[in-house]
Structures are given as C-alpha cells and as structure tokens.
Write a protein that binds this ligand. Sequence first.
Ligand SMILES: C[S@@+](CC[C@H](N)C(=O)[O-])C[C@H]1O[C@@H](n2cnc3c(N)ncnc32)[C@H](O)[C@@H]1O
Ligand code: SF4
Length: 462
Amino acid sequence: MDNNLIKWDLDLIKRYDLAGPRYTSYPTAVQFDPQLTPIDLVQAGQKTADPEAPLSLYVHIPFCEHICYYCACNKVITRSRKKAQPYLDTVYQEMAQLAAWYSHGRPVTQLHWGGGTPTFISHEQMVELMGQMRQHFNLLDDDSGDYSIEIDPREASLETIKLLRAIGFNRISLGLQDIDPKVQEAVNRVQSVEQTAAILKEARQLGFRSLNLDLIYGLPYQTQAGFNATLDTVIEMNPDRLSVFNYAHLPDRFRPQRHIQEETLPSPEVKLAILESTINKLLDAGYVYIGMDHFAKPDDELAIAQRTGNLHRNFQGYTTHAECDLVAMGVSAISQVGSVYYQNEHEISAYSQAVAANQHAIKRGISLTGDDIIRREVITQLICHFELDKRPIEQKFAIRFDEYFSDVLTELQALAADGLITLDEHRLQVTPSGRLLIRRICMVFDAYIPKVQSTQRFSRII
Ligand SMILES: C[S@@+](CC[C@H](N)C(=O)[O-])C[C@H]1O[C@@H](n2cnc3c(N)ncnc32)[C@H](O)[C@@H]1O
Ligand code: SF4
C-alpha cells in the first residue's frame, strides 16, 4: 500500500469534521470503571498476560520549570528542584511492587520517560532512576530495545544528552512546536532554533535513532506562511519522525490556556490550510504519513512496520511493539497488561499517599470483554494500516464478520458512498480521502459511542 496516498478533500473534511477519540486504547479511558478494585484489575491482568512476552515500561515525570500556555499534558509547574527526589522515591516504591507483579525476568524491549519534562531531574537522579529500573526489571544491555525520552531542548545540555546515551537511551523526542518568535512569546515558550538543532545534532552523533520533533498547529498568531517557514527549518533539521499536533483550545479544562486570547487563534479555515500545506510539504520532503498526527522517513521503523503490517497503537501512540505488556509508573500513568487497562491517581499528593499506603496508586481501570477485544483488533488494524482484512479476524475470533457487525453495515455503506472507504467481500480499504478521517471511520466499530452521539468530550478530529 502506498502510504503517500492522501487526498485532500475539503468537502469531506468539512462534512466529517466531528469530534472523535484518538484510540490510543479501545475502549478509551473514559470507559474506565471506578467500581473495579485494584486487586481485581491486577489479578485479571496477571491471568490474561502472556508470561513470556516482553515488557514496555513507562515512567511519568510531571515537573516543568515554566508553563507553556497551550499545554494539555499532566504536569506540575515548579522552580523547586527539591520536589523531584520525594517523587522519585515514591516511584521506586511503586516500581518494586510492579516488578513483583509483572517482571519475572521478562525482557524490557521498550522503555519511555515522559512528562512533564523528564530532564527536570538532575543528572544524578537520571542515573539513579535508570539504575532502579535495571535493578527491578530485565533491561537489555545491547542497545536492541527502544529506550526513549521526551526532551524539552531548553531543559537539556549537550552533557545531558551524553549522559542519557550512556545510561541506555537510544531514542529521543524533542518539543519544538513553532519557531516564529511571535508565536513562541504568545505561548510562553521561547526556544531558539539553534538550541533545538544543537541537541538534535549531538543526539545523532551519539547514535540516537528515530529522532522525533513535536510541532503544534493552531497556536496563536500562526499563519500558513509562518508555519511553512517553521516546516522549512524543521525539514532542514532532518528528523526521522515528526508529530504535528492539532492545538486543542479547552481553557475550561486546562487553566493556563486562559492566557491565550481567542482572537489570536487562527480561524478553522486557516488551520485547515496549514494542515493541507503541512501534509504536502512533508510528503514532498520524503516523509510518509503514518496516520493521525504522525509522519516518518520511509526507512524509519514506524514506516517499515506500517508497510509490513506490524504497526500497533498503545497509550504512547504508534509503536512497533504489539507483543508487549505496558507497565506504567508515576502520577496519572496508564498501564495495559493482558486484557486490562488501568490508570494511576492524577495528582501527586493522592499518588504519593496511595503508594505509601498500598505500594501502588491504581485509581480506575477496565477489564476487557470478549467483544472489546474483537473491536480493539478491528480499530487497531484500521488506524495503523488503513485497511481491514476480515478473514484473519474471523479466524482468530471464530466469528462471521458481516454477521457480527451486521448493525454497522449500513453505516459502513454510507461511508463508502461518500468515498471514505471501499468495501468488498473480504476487505475494508480506507481511501486516500478517508485517511485524514480515520478516527471517524474507527468510531463506527466503537460500541461505546451511541449512534446518535454527543461527542463534546473529545478533541476535534481536525
Ligand atoms: C510532554 S510534552 C513534550 C516534552 C517536553 N515537556 C516539551 O514540552 O518539550 C508532549 C507534547 O505534547 C504536545 N502538546 C502539549 N499540549 C498540547 C495541546 N494542548 N495541543 C496539542 N498538542 C499539545 C506538544 O507538542 C508537546 O511537545
Ligand atoms: S509543553 Fe512540555 S514543557 Fe511545556 S508545560 Fe507542557 S509538558 Fe511542560
């Protein structure tokens, strides 16, 4: 399948510009059930997990020194570096419990520190945290795992990058967002191109792979010409992957966004124009559209995995590690073990108290039903590969696809009539015009979305 096939169809985009989940999981986190006890969840996870399968570990480090006004991540803004150690000590306590539940020598083929700003912690603390992870889990020593970290270039020196490589990281993701000084000032994130380029260069020289840059479109004062200039500079920096996120302005939910004046935001028409030229520019520059907000070089593992049918999606987004259980630690972290998902307490104080009392901070989760698992497989196939062969699903789950999903056939036919998908006896194929609307297509298979729906809680698709 040629992944560069995306057709910009403004009529369709406007017609289907509905809200929709991002499907980093199915069912999505809004379905988590606070009635299930942590012990129920852990036991169900242990029972359904493959004891031989590798692990993916995630640590959430929530601190940032400065607030970026647009930010929707779970973070704590503080200048006080003293807050890091008590938090890390709590993470170590939680880690010991998680290792006792799930490690059993299973190889850790994927590891990620996210935030917040993981490099908020000191170099000594980074060494200590990785040391604790090695002590409790079976980390690989031959650089064959994907060990990645999110970096704010304003919060990392070249020494930091060297240290991270020395302790085992081999992937890096940098926040950039936009290079226009006016946009940067409006969102309180002033960051020079030189700063970002220097970190990227150092990382490349040190052998980091799959270098990623995050951009956001829809920020104050952005224009098509201005964002094109950002893209030109970014393309010159030559990252292996790019995430281009749509800014979701929800000031009622994210208080710092109140610093952003609505009248400075680009109109929906300008946002669409920015998205269209972003796609064109990145495809022209040789990137492949992976899906949703993600682009990668054709020789990057994500693009290869998509070509070979091995791409997967989990709480960290697109991944090549379908076989892993995801064991997550830290405030608000979400785990996926066997057929169970669960999330930790959201606030540091509640998280710390819970770990002190119970050795874990599981707040709520979900144990998937057989139907959830079938639908998860269908949605994952579509969102990762833009096509669905019904036969492997029928074999794996012993169902007749058209019978099992008979209630959505009319809806699928309507999408086909509108040109988002094509249908034949065995396959559902997303058309080039449908690719940007993949969330809308997946929603057809989501049993938790009432067919006459209220979709307010989701960020807009486009
Ligand atoms: C945890 S941050 C990245 C690490 C680091 N804290 C930094 O800012 O460089 C993850 C990414 O989420 C994206 N992001 C944060 N808030 C967003 C929002 N409201 N809308 C869209 N993307 C957002 C940004 O691109 C950001 O780089
Ligand atoms: S974008 Fe990154 S640095 Fe800025 S507030 Fe959010 S998590 Fe912190």
